[in-house]
Design a protein around this ligand. Structure first.
Ligand code: NAD
Length: 352
């Protein structure tokens, strides 16, 4: 197949991990007979320096004409003035909003080779492979709010419509169908009216997916079970705030921030794919960055936007192969570590 991919290297380690990811995608193209056409564009601090804005119109235009966006990370100390009018992360928020991406997917996998870096006992981590699906454009982060100002009260509103819940529930059920066919929907239906609607709306969508088992879980007990029996979860669906908190809680199970990918999807196959970590300015330009989070994000792009499941699995297997061989960047090394380029080479040799 032929696919157009907008590449946004951004700042810090962004260009290094983007180069690594591109090498992996090129290898996938060669191996499986595809043509990937890259459109590299500016975002974040690099865009501010060159154009005065964090999301230049040319970047949006390139993205609009693409099948998917692959983004590294933005930000760095040189743009960190909180009073500045133009800031790198504005570009990130603006591009997510522009494309109406309402479903955020964050897989968390515990690799046996990295169990020394995770805070749980190795036996609890065995088989951990969770996909969080978080509603991204509604809920309490976007509801009407009243600041306290000089007064003593303030409020935020958790508001959800049936449609908002059901469109993200469809994404979660479809993802579950491609995985172990189990979905846990998180709510607080015992207390919150919006969460009683959530539970009912998800149960209605379940009628379309008889092959997937559905469990409803209260957010507080779910938070506990993610640490006491993490391997029992397959897909976890949650609203904006609960999904934010639970996916961060579970991210530590992977051992390093450098290992985690994400995808943001909307109504069609178009998506924005990016690692969970930031621009890691402390190690930028030193060849130390772990490219795994971005390479796994590219695998998600193959799976969800390009519908190339075998290719996505080949990339994931190549990463597992490299880790099993002992390949380690500094963030996941107990003793000897290798560079970003050498680590990418180890992945490429497995992919071949
Ligand atoms: P960070 O994720 O950049 O780094 C946190 C720590 O993890 C650092 O020690 C870093 O070296 C390490 N780390 C992160 N990614 C790594 C990788 N791929 N390989 C090896 N080590 C890695 O978070 P931070 O330090 O809080 O923020 C740095 C900058 O990134 C800030 O300007 C922040 O605003 C920005 N940021 C951007 C995003 C994004 O683009 N999505 C997300 C978070 C932070």
């Amino acid at each position: 197949m032929k696919a157009n991919i907008t590449l946004l290297p951004g700042d810090g380690v962004g260009p290094e991990i983007t180069a690594a990811t591109r090498q992996v995608l090129d290898q996938v193209a060669t191996k499986f007979g595809h043509e990937f056409i890259y459109h590299e564009a500016l975002i974040g601090g690099a865009a501010i320096d060159q154009t005065g804005t964090s999301l230049p119109p040319e970047t949006l235009k390139a993205a609009e004409q693409s099948d998917a966006i692959l983004l590294a990370a933005v930000g760095g100390p040189q743009w960190d003035d909180p009073t500045a009018d133009v800031r790198p992360e504005q570009g990130l928020l603006a591009i997510r909003k522009h494309f109406g991406l309402f479903a955020n997917l964050r897989p968390v996998k515990a690799y046996p080779a990295l169990s020394a870096f995770a805070p749980l006992r190795a036996e609890l981590l065995e088989g951990v492979d969770i996909l969080f699906v978080r509603e991204l454009t509604g809920g309490i982060y976007f509801g009407q709010r009243q600041e306290a100002g000089e007064g003593d009260t303030a409020h935020d509103t958790m508001i959800y419509s049936r449609d908002e819940v059901q469109r993200v529930a469809h994404v979660a059920f479809r993802a579950a169908q491609k995985r172990r066919k189990s979905l846990t929907s998180v709510d607080k239906a015992n207390v919150l009216a919006s969460m009683r609607l959530w539970r009912r709306a998800v149960a209605e969508v379940h009628e379309d997916y008889a092959d997937v088992s559905l469990q409803h879980a209260l957010v507080d007990s779910c938070a506990m079970h993610l640490l006491t029996r993490p391997a029992s979860f397959d897909v976890v669906l949650a609203g904006n705030m609960f999904g934010d908190i639970l996916s961060d809680e579970a991210s530590v199970l992977a051992g390093s921030l450098g290992m985690l990918p994400s995808a943001s999807l909307g109504a069609d196959r178009f998506g924005l794919y990016e690692p969970v970590h930031g621009s890691a300015p402390d190690i930028a330009g030193q060849g130390k960055a772990n490219p795994t989070g971005m390479i796994l994000s590219a695998a998600m792009m193959l799976r969800y936007s390009l519908e190339l499941e075998a290719e996505a699995q080949a990339v994931e297997a190549a990463i597992e192969g490299a880790l099993a061989d002992g390949a380690r960047t500094a963030d996941i090394a107990v003793s000897d570590s290798i560079s970003t380029g050498e680590f990418t080479g180890a992945i490429l040799s497995h992919l071949r």
